[in-house]
Every structure is written in C-alpha cells, then in structure tokens.
Ligand binder design. Structure first.
Ligand code: ATP
Length: 449
C-alpha cells in the first residue's frame, strides 16, 4: 500500500499525526503546505491525503481541488481548527472523504482513515491467505511474484523458516491461470522417506504391504493446477531423480501400476536452505536444481523488513481474534508496538503469529499490553542487517551462521532434547536432524549432540 500523505504546517501537530499513523503501522510522508504536497505526489503515489485547511502558500481547499483534477480517486481528509457547519458542508459537497475538527483524539483519526484504506486495498481481511506486505522489500517481492504467476515457470521460493514461503506459493497459484484448479502442497520433510514416493506419485492396490486401495498421488491430484513441494532439499536423492523425470516428461506412473498418466502440473518448491550449498554438498541434484530454479524468489527475514512487523501483527490479531470468537478487536498498546519493533524475530512471521495468539489469550480488556506479549529473549541476531556489505554468498553464509546460533540456543534451552528443540524452532524433527548433521560436518557441533 502506498504511504499516507500528511499536510500540516504546525510542526508539533504534524509530528503527533505521524506518531498516530506509525503506531497503526501505516507508512506516511509529510508536507508543510499544499504546494509541497503536490510536489511530493508528483514524485510518488500516495493512498490517502490528510490535510490541514488553513496553511500558508496553498490551503487545504485549493489542495483538494488540485488533487481532484489530477489524482481522482485519492481520498482527502481535511482538518480544521475553525469548524463551522457551513465549511464542513461545503467541503463534503466538494468531495472530501471526511472532515475533522481540531482538536481530535488519535483514535478518531484512525477510525476515519481505516475504512478509507481498506476500500483502497480491496479489504485485506477478506482474504486471510493473501500475504500482507507493507515494507518496500516485501511489496517488491509480491509484485514480482504476481508477474511470475502469469507464466508457467517453475518457481523456487527461498527464505528462513517461517518467513511466509507457503503463503507466497498460494498467492502465485491464486494469481495464475490455474487458480480454478487445485493447489496441492506436500511437505517433503514431514513425510517419512519410505512413504514420500507413494504419496507423490500414487500407487495401485497391492503395490506394497499396506497398499489396500489404489490411490492417486499428489501429482495426479494437482493435475491442471499447482503442486508445492515444501522443503524440497529434504527429498532423498533417488527420489529426486524420479521427480526430475516426471517434471521433464510431465507424466507419472503410479507405484505398481502400468499406465502412464499424462499430466499438466506447475511445480513450485520451497527451501530454507542454501540450495547451491546443498548441490555442492551432493545433497541435491544439480539438474533438478536448474529445473526448479527457473525463477527464484526469496523472502527476506522479518527483521530485514521492519515496516511489515506492526501491520502483520494487526493482521494476525484480526485473523486469530475472529477464529477465537473475540468480538472486539484488541488494539496494540504503544509500548507493545515498541517491543514488537525491537525484537529480531528469529522465527519470523510464524514466531510473530505465536506471540499474537498467546497475547490474545492473555489480554484483558481491549488492549494488548506489554505484559501480554510473551516474547522469547533475543538470541544474538543483529537487529539491523548490514545489508550493503552482505550480498550473495556472504549473506547466505551469514544467515546460516545465525541459524546455527539459534539452533544451539534452542538446544541449550531444551537441554538437548531434539523433539522439543524442533518444536521451539518451528521446524520438523527431520529438518533439525538434517541441520545438526550439517553442523556436525562443519565441526560446529559436538559429535555427541
Ligand atoms: N506476509 C504474510 N501475510 C500474512 N500471513 C503471513 C505472511 N507471512 C507469513 N504468514 C503467516 O505466518 C505463518 C508461517 O508462514 P509459512 O508457513 O508460509 O512460512 P514458511 O516460510 O513456509 O515456513 P517453513 O519454512 O517453516 O515451512 C503462516 O501461518 C502464515 O499464514
């Protein structure tokens, strides 16, 4: 969503308005008068304008006229200290979206702006599966994903655990020409290796002990639609070879079957590992890597897209409050907002979602206070990533190092218990085993652990 433009000549009031918007997690830009506002609007699109009426150089009414001429559809909210019914009626007649008389409480401004923004963005709450993006980095990723969705290319989605890879995959499917057909997801790390092949490709009755009825595999189920192979690097090498053949030939044979089934499936894959490294380590086939990595997309970690944190928290509050049957949506207290912004979110959006769910249970009244936020103490992940120097391989190495630190910290807190450690980290026990094996190989872990 584009930023809100605040136009106010009184510096103190401007700052108060900026604070109100940023506490809500809304981005903004500011101008001191109408003329400066128009210059800013020429340079960058805005979603809504909140403007004072009496200002030097160009007042609010003149600004409203100019906006209506050149930017139809952008709502304008006017604020005045000299409220008169006549002025308000005139402004409404001119097409102002709302008219506020100063002084007003911050909540009043939020109440006025919220529905206007929702109308602009096509009401986000209506689609809880749609990725919410506010930070420029995430918005760019979503735009790219939307374009890629229209092609039929394989897409490899990278990013740390819990960043939103599956949400992005669903988005790509929904935006593609295949949206009316099935979206099937399979987590390669969650299914025992012995069952993965049968689950993917299906089997005929009697193909193996326990195959009591013929069953279609995930590929067949996704025919015409999209198949998401989650945590693809967890797939055993032999199966990778078979997967490659299916992708190349677009046909599949059930285990124990004789019929070859022609399929039309678009494949998306995710991984929270450095894929190139997995290829170099001999854990992932290079030919499959090239087949799947036609279009790589990567979610930055949540700490690298700070403008997403508060809007995501509000979005997740609404999502879970609705599920829990909470009638009145609790609002985040400013201190809670501050804490959310300070945390480094090693578990990314999934961690934020857990914090929000716990807060909804702990919250009393209609506010989420600092006390109802239970956030794990930060492990030593830097708050600000030195983005400029960290690019390409260096960034991947750095991420892997951070991941290792998180794993060690979690192991310590769970006194070495693997199952609990995996749960704490929000990854599968198998993924944890895999990562520990890699750490052992690299000499970063005691061989007994
Ligand atoms: N941008 C977003 N907007 C809304 N919800 C999000 C967003 N990103 C993540 N989520 C929510 O956070 C949770 C984790 O997201 P998701 O499962 O897509 O992460 P992931 O990267 O696939 O995780 P993993 O690597 O562990 O499989 C989900 O409940 C998802 O709905």
């Amino acid at each position: 969503m584009h930023p809100i433009l605040i136009v106010e000549d009184d510096a103190d009031l401007r700052e108060a308005l900026e604070d109100t918007l940023s506490l809500e997690g809304w981005s903004y830009i500011s101008a001191e008068n109408g003329q400066e506002a128009l210059l800013k609007m020429k340079k960058q699109p805005v979603s809504l304008v909140v403007s004072d009426v009496s200002m030097p150089v160009m007042d609010g009414h003149q600004l409203l006229n100019a906006i209506q001429e050149s930017w139809q559809g952008i709502p304008v909210v006017l604020m005045t200290a000299f409220g008169s019914i006549d002025q308000a009626v005139e402004a409404m007649r001119q097409g102002v979206a709302d008219y506020l008389v100063k002084p007003f409480d911050p909540e009043v401004l939020v109440k006025v702006i919220k529905p206007l923004l929702d109308a602009q963005s096509g009401s986000k709450q209506a689609s809880p599966d749609q990725p919410l993006v506010e930070d420029p980095a995430s918005r760019e990723l979503l735009q790219l994903a939307s374009r890629v969705a229209k092609s039929d290319a394989s897409v490899m989605i990278g990013g740390e655990s819990g960043t939103g890879k599956e949400v992005l995959a669903r988005f790509i499917h929904n935006e593609s020409g295949r949206s009316a057909k099935p979206f099937i997801a399979i987590n390669c790390a969650a299914i025992p290796e012995s069952l993965l092949e049968a689950t993917l490709f299906g089997y005929e009755k009697g193909a193996f002990t326990g195959a009591s009825a013929s069953t279609a595999g995930k590929f067949e189920q996704a025919d015409g639609g999209t198949l998401l192979l989650d945590e693809i690097t967890e797939m055993p090498l032999e199966l990778q070879a078979k997967l490659l053949r299916v992708l190349q030939e677009q046909e599949v044979e059930r285990l124990g079957g004789r019929k070859v089934l022609k399929l039309d499936v678009r494949v998306l894959a995710t991984s929270n590992r450095n894929l190139k490294q997995a290829v170099a380590d001999g854990l992932f086939r290079e030919d499959l890597y090239y087949r799947l990595n036609v279009f790589p997309l990567a979610w930055p970690p949540l700490r690298s897209r700070p403008a997403d944190i508060v809007p995501l928290a509000n979005f997740l509050i609404a999502k879970h409050a609705q599920r829990m049957g909470v009638k009145k949506l609790p609002a985040l207290h400013p201190e809670a907002v501050k804490r959310l912004k300070e945390h480094s979110w090693p578990g990314n959006v999934r961690e934020l979602e857990n914090v929000v769910q716990r807060a909804l249970i702990l919250a009393t009244g209609d506010k989420i206070t600092l006390q109802s936020l239970v956030i794990e103490a930060d492990v030593s992940v830097p708050l600000e990533e030195p983005k400029a120097e960290l690019t390409g391989e260096a960034l991947k190495d750095d991420l892997w190092e951070q991941e290792q630190q998180m794993i060690l910290e979690a192991l310590k807190q769970e006194s070495g218990r693997k199952k609990e450690t995996a749960e704490r980290l929000g990854i599968s026990p198998r993924t944890l085993r895999y990562k520990l094996a890699r750490m052992r190989e690299e000499g970063c872990l005691d061989q007994n652990l």
